[in-house]
Design a protein around this ligand. Sequence first.
Ligand code: AMP
Length: 184
Amino acid sequence: TLKFKNFIMKLIFLGPPGAGKGTQAEIISKKLNLKKISTGDILREEMEKGTELGKIAKSYMEKGELVPDEIMIKIIENNIKNLNGFILDGFPRTLNQAIELEKITKIDKVIYLNVSDEEIKNRLLNRGRLDDKPEVIENRIKIYREQTQPLIEFYKEKGILYEINGIGTIEEITKRIEEVLYER
Ligand code: AMP
C-alpha cells in the first residue's frame, strides 16, 4: 500500500533449503520495491551461460555443497553496491560470509523462516530442481545444519533476528513477514 511506498530496508531471508525464502523474497521485493538478490539464481544463471564462474559453481551445487566463501562474497559485493535497500535470499550461508557482509553494509532485519525437517524434505522432493535429488537433499540439509544454522544465534545476539513460522499458505506467511517488517 501507499503507506509503505518508501520503505527502504536491508533484509536477509534465512532458513533451510525449501523453507520458502525465494518465494517470499520475491513477493516482498515486489510489494516494497526492494531489489531481490538471490545467490542461487545468480549461480544458476552463470551455469546456464556456461561461464567460468558457472562451471566452478556447478561442481559444488550438483553435490549440494556450498560454493567457496570468497566467490560468494565477491558476488554480493558486486550486487549490493550503490543499493539503499535490498533483500538477500540465500546469502549469507556461513558465519564467515556473515562477518564479511558486516564489513560491507549494515543489515536492518533478518527474517528467519522456520520449517521442520520433515516438511522441507517433502517440499524439496516435490520441487524437482537439479539439486533436489534425494541424496543431494540430505547433504544440503546436513550442510545447512552445520554451516548456516549458527547464523540464527549470530543475528539473535545482534537483536535483528525475526523468527517466522514457515508453515502455512503463501499468503499467510507473507502476512507474518509484513507484520514483522512494519514494526519498529
Ligand atoms: P539456493 O537456490 O539458495 O538453494 O542455492 C542453490 C545452491 O547454490 C546451494 O546449494 C549452493 O551450492 C549454492 N549457493 C547459493 N548461495 C550460496 C552461498 N551464499 N554460499 C555458498 N553457496 C551458495
